[in-house]
Design a protein around this ligand. Structure first.
Ligand code: NAP
Ligand code: MG
Length: 488
């Protein structure tokens, strides 16, 4: 049953045209706030559809790379303007497709606009260095060339920002793109691609093919005409993609999971630490790769911090993200719901003390969606699954330490290393944290989930393949350096 009278069918975007998959098959995208609401249907494409997109991208790139960087930039400025006009149209799809609140969805979409403008400007910035040659009559310099066709594989949790922060740099440096968005947010992705279409990008420069990860995602990584793959998602899938790319000898970039800690020192501003832990851990229903998950608290203020935290968590309103009084929406899908509930069960079985939440919501307004209470576990120890594995949901684990050294060792006792925060007023603690914390993003007196588009983003250890996205750092992945030697 659907509550929509008319369900729109979204198409693939290949060579500047909207086309149906040649399988004739589609799949529906549901609203996690109300699973009877279908937002739209999208194409379940085949390897053959992917082939067409890659061929279009290959031809499109030959033309695109010849444009001046400033001309490519002008296209991105146009896309930014269209997206800005359509902010509500795109954000509404996001909220209705994966659940985050409309305010967060608008914020993310506007971030997409800013990312496009940032990279539009990149089209006019320097790409190389002049290096003194040992031959006094020669000129030696570096320039950068595009990689070719870039395969972009993205997750559902930032369905606008992540595709854009991969596609915008890929495009500005002269690559073409084939996007395979997450199936859970295929409609949102289509609305983003509509903005590129409206901005009039030349045909073949950007293409989108929807369908299953194993067919279209894996197919992209294995395709002989794809020159690079940029992926954000889970570790299991990332590793597979990395292996396929490695076997083909192409460049790949993987941004994956996290188990991000926050350390709260005895000398911290507790109100600040509490509000940043809640915002970092529970905004977007805990489904950010940079979400705070492990809350490591020094014993001197442990009880006080926990009481303040629980008081604030109890004020959180959970509900449909389209309603302005909802602070936290549902988790994104039934899969997510089952994973989160199974970790909550595991936490209880392992002996952690559930001190807030822990249940699916089943009231009149919520029973038809995938709503989980914000959940806090106390008395968590470092060996428990809820302290080690990525849950990707609204679950905070409180761990107690006596010293900052102990806290730092615990924070580093993880296979992941994406982001980490410390709350302290002591400069020594800050410096120790900056030096010794094994994470790509370290934040002092600020939540673990903050990211700025003009700064490098990426993780250490199992969180990434060790390249960085965003800011100027993106040039390293999306281009290849050519060293040029000229002699008269
Ligand atoms: P996922 O299951 O790995 O999916 C990511 C993308 O890969 C989707 O487009 C998916 O398509 C596709 N895919 C699935 N199986 C594939 C296969 N065998 N071969 C190729 N592609 C395949 O991840 P997710 O559940 O969407 O996202 C959650 C994860 O992303 C979390 O682990 C989170 O930490 C991580 N994440 C990391 C960052 C970061 O920057 N470090 C940012 C955000 C999220 P389908 O949707 O069709 O399955
Ligand atoms: Mg959905």
């Amino acid at each position: 049953m659907t509550t929509n009278t008319e369900v729109k069918t979204y198409l693939n975007y290949i060579n500047g045209e909207w086309v149906a998959a040649d399988t004739g098959k589609t799949s529906e995208s549901f609203n996690p706030s109300n699973k009877d609401e279908v937002l739209g249907s999208f194409q379940l494409s085949s390897a053959n559809d992917l082939d067409k997109a890659v061929s279009a991208a290959k031809a499109g790139q030959k033309v695109w790379r010849k444009l001046a960087g400033s001309d490519r930039g002008n296209y991105l400025f146009k896309v930014a303007n269209v997206l800005e006009e359509k902010v509500e149209y795109v954000a509404e799809a996001m909220t209705k497709e994966m659940g985050k609140t409309f305010a967060e969805a608008k914020g993310e979409t506007l971030r997409g606009v800013a990312i496009l403008r940032y990279y539009a400007g990149e089209g006019m910035r320097a790409v190389g260095d002049v290096i003194p040659s040992s031959d006094s009559e020669a000129l030696m310099f570096t320039t950068r060339v595009p990689l070719g066709v870039v395969g972009v594989i993205t997750p559902w949790n930032f369905p606008v920002a992540i595709p854009i922060w991969k596609m915008a740099p890929a495009l500005i440096y002269g690559n073409s793109v084939v996007l395979k968005p997450a199936s859970d947010t295929a409609v949102t992705a289509a609305r983003v691609v509509e903005c590129f279409h409206e901005a009039g990008l030349p045909e073949g420069v950007i293409n989108m093919v929807t369908g299953s990860g194993s067919v279209i995602g894996q197919g992209l990584a294995e395709h002989p005409s794809v020159d690079a793959i940029t992926f954000t998602g889970s570790n299991a899938v990332g590793k597979q993609i990395g292996r396929a790319a490695f076997d083909r000898g192409i460049k790949y970039q993987l941004e994956m999971g996290g188990k991000n800690p926050v350390i709260v020192a005895n000398d911290a501003d507790l109100d600040l630490a509490v509000s940043a832990t809640i915002s970092g851990g529970l905004k977007s229903t805990g489904q950010k790769c940079t979400a705070t998950s492990r809350v490591i608290v020094q014993s001197g203020i442990y009880d006080e911090f926990r009481e303040k935290l629980l008081e604030k968590v109890s004020e959180i309103t959970v509900g449909n993200g389209m309603e302005s009084d909802s602070w936290m929406g549902p988790v994104a899908s039934e899969n997510q719901l089952n994973t989160v509930l199974s970790y909550i069960e595991k936490g209880k079985q392992e002996g952690a003390k559930l001190v807030h939440g822990g249940n699916r919501l089943t009231g009149d307004e919520t029973a038809n969606g995938y709503f989980v209470e914000p959940t806090v576990f106390d008395e968590v120890t470092a060996d428990m699954a809820i302290a080690r594995e990525e849950i990707f949901g609204p679950v905070l684990a409180l761990l107690k330490v006596d010293t900052i050294e102990e806290g730092l060792a615990m924070a580093n006792d993880s296979e992941y290393g994406l982001s980490a925060s410390i709350f302290t007023t002591n400069i020594g603690n800050m410096l120790e944290f900056i030096n010794d914390m094994e994470a790509g993003l370290v934040r002092i007196n600020a939540e673990s989930a903050g990211v700025e588009l003009q700064a490098p983003f990426g993780g250490m250890k199992q969180s990434s393949s060790h390249s960085r996205e965003q800011g100027r750092a993106a040039i390293e992945f999306f281009t290849s350096i050519k060293t040029v030697f000229v002699k008269k």
